[in-house]
Structure formats: C-alpha cells, structure tokens
Write a protein that binds this ligand. Structure first.
Ligand SMILES: [Zn+2]
Length: 109
C-alpha cells in the first residue's frame, strides 16, 4: 500500500503546483507585485514536473511488482509488499517464495 501513499503525494503536489500558479496570477492586481507572476509560474511548473516525474516513477515501480495468482479466486493480482489484500476477493494474501525463485501467494488464515 506504499504505492498508494506515493500516488496521493503526487496528486497533492499537483494541487500545490496549481495553487502556486493561481496565486501568482493574482500578482497582476498591483504593479508592485507584478514581478511575482513569472516567478510563481516557473515554480508552479517545476512542482508540476516533479509531480509528473513521481507519477512515472510510481508507474515503473508498479510494473516491476511481481504478478501472482490469487489462490482463492484464481485471478492474477499485483501484490505490494509481503502481504496485501486481493483486490478482487479481498482475501488477505501473503507472498511466499516458492521453488524456482518465483513468488506465489498464500491465503492468510
Ligand atoms: Zn482473490
């Protein structure tokens, strides 16, 4: 479930980027704060790029997560970490390394 937390953080960063950009456009209300507009836009774009980079990282991590067959419902699932719940049947599963080095899932009783 670590990936979900990272995904939420990336989403949060995206919001922060938009807020920074929006606030910086308020700088046009007064000539004294006009210089804030380009600074705010640049910072906002940088934060948005950081959030996108994080999204790509999360994507590549979730690609590398081993796929296992749920022993309860038979569907192929991606488990994050050593124990996770099957997204289909909600059974608590545990990753066990079988012979030949492949991971298999076991239902936790
Ligand atoms: Zn299942």
């Amino acid at each position: 479930m670590k990936l979900n937390r990272l995904r939420n953080f990336a989403l949060f960063l995206m919001f922060v980027a938009f807020i920074i950009m929006y606030v910086s456009t308020l700088g046009k209300l007064s000539p004294a704060t006009k210089f804030l507009i380009p600074i705010g836009l640049i910072i906002g774009i940088l934060v948005a790029l950081a959030a996108m980079f994080l999204y790509f990282r999360i994507g590549s991590i979730s690609m590398r997560v081993p796929k296992v067959d749920c022993p309860h419902c038979g569907k192929t699932v991606k488990l994050l970490g050593e124990s996770d719940n099957c997204p289909y049947c909600k059974k608590p599963l545990q990753m066990v390394k079988g012979e030949n080095g492949k991971f298999v899932a076991k239902v936790v009783e």
